[in-house]
Design a protein around this ligand. Structure first.
Ligand code: GMT
Length: 338
């Protein structure tokens, strides 16, 4: 099939899942067309049957806000028509689902039929989508998608609670290719952070408020009072400057490393002993799945879809959102158990 994939090309989980799905489908022989505003970070080398179409916006003095959705819609019409696509798969409802619906209607007018699948990833529903300024458009475009998927049972439930959805929502959990997450202990890399073989705690995210990274810092402080540990924080986002400021005042500041955004997290995960994900909202938690694929146990909050991913007392330990005391107890329990 010829499939158009619409996504956010950034480090966010929805973009990573969409890119990896496209790459895997291309290996099965499908022709994949990524349609977005910049090259997806996880795309890597372009293959024979993978194409990237850039959605270019232009500034016009009249526009206070550049109308990305219209430009995307026009690009979808163009790509579907000239590449003869069979299907569009849009990741993240805003504004991709409504752009796909609009493109579908324009193409219908020209005698071209194009179905589209919408995959709901989380914040498009739980944070942004429920905002009244988006709600009617999201509701409409979900109901008019030819198929709708959500990344966890929890997200499906929340979508039904927040919107009036008539369409069936199929749950397809996030996934990763295990062949790419083989255990690989790079002692040389590990010594760079932990020269005396100290335990390493890791957190990966886009540094937004919803990730509650301050809880990671608090927990790390408490653990550090009991045992020598190192903390690696991977990612970047609006919360980073504030968190850096806090960590620079810490008695353990020498043991905290902010690495910024990394295209691949498996090298860091492979030298880690524990992964922390204390989010207040998390529809799935792809980063936790990546950690577990590298055999790293997870401590996390029990919010949203996390309990579907990290099984309490089996592949990790869960706690109530914000309970840093319990997180410290859980972390010490795991770190002291070989
Ligand atoms: O984690 C983020 O904030 C990024 C966000 C996104 O939309 O890219 O991730 C969401 O989608 C991921 C892939 O389906 C999920 O694994 C994340 O749990 C989800 N994030 C939230 O719900 C906060």
């Amino acid at each position: 099939m010829k499939i158009g994939i619409v996504l956010y090309p950034t480090f966010g989980g929805s973009g990573i899942v969409a890119t990896e799905l496209g790459k895997a489908l291309s290996k099965k022989g499908h022709e994949i067309h990524f349609i977005t505003y910049s090259e997806p970070v996880r795309l890597g080398e372009l293959r024979k049957n993978i194409f990237y179409h850039e959605v270019r916006t232009s500034d016009y003095p009249l526009f206070k806000f550049t109308p990305y959705e219209q430009v995307l819609t026009s690009k979808l019409v163009d790509v579907v028509k000239f590449e003869k696509l069979d299907l569009l798969h849009v990741h993240y409802a805003i504004p991709h689902a409504s752009a796909a619906y609009m493109a579908q209607q324009i193409l219908k007018d020209q005698g071209i039929k194009i179905p589209f699948i919408t995959t709901l990833h989380g914040t498009d529903i739980t944070l942004v989508g429920k905002d009244p300024s988006f709600e009617p458009v999201i509701n409409f475009s979900i109901n008019h998608s030819n198929m709708v998927t959500a990344v966890s049972e929890s997200l499906k439930k929340e979508t039904h609670e927040l919107f009036d959805i008539k369409k069936e929502i199929k749950v397809i959990p996030n996934f990763i290719c295990l062949n790419e997450y083989k255990l690989d202990n790079n002692e040389f890399y590990k010594r760079r952070f932990a020269p005396n073989n100290e335990k390493i705690i890791c957190h990966v995210s886009n540094f937004r408020k919803v990730k509650r990274i301050e809880d990671v810092l608090t927990t790390f402080e408490e653990i550090s009072k009991k045992t020598e540990v190192k903390l690696i924080l991977v990612g970047d986002g609006p919360e980073r400057p504030r968190l850096e400021k806090i960590s620079r005042k810490s008695d353990f500041k020498e043991n905290i490393f902010f690495l910024g955004s990394l295209k691949s997290t498996k090298e860091v995960l492979n030298i880690s002993d524990l992964f922390i994900l204390p989010s207040s909202k998390e529809s799935f938690g792809l980063s936790a799945l990546e950690a577990m694929a590298c055999s790293v146990p997870v401590i996390a909050s029990n919010s949203g879809g996390i309990p579907e991913v990290v099984i309490h007392e089996e592949s990790g330990l869960l706690n109530e959102v914000g309970d840093t005391n319990q997180m410290t107890i859980n972390a010490l329990k795991i770190l002291s158990n070989q």
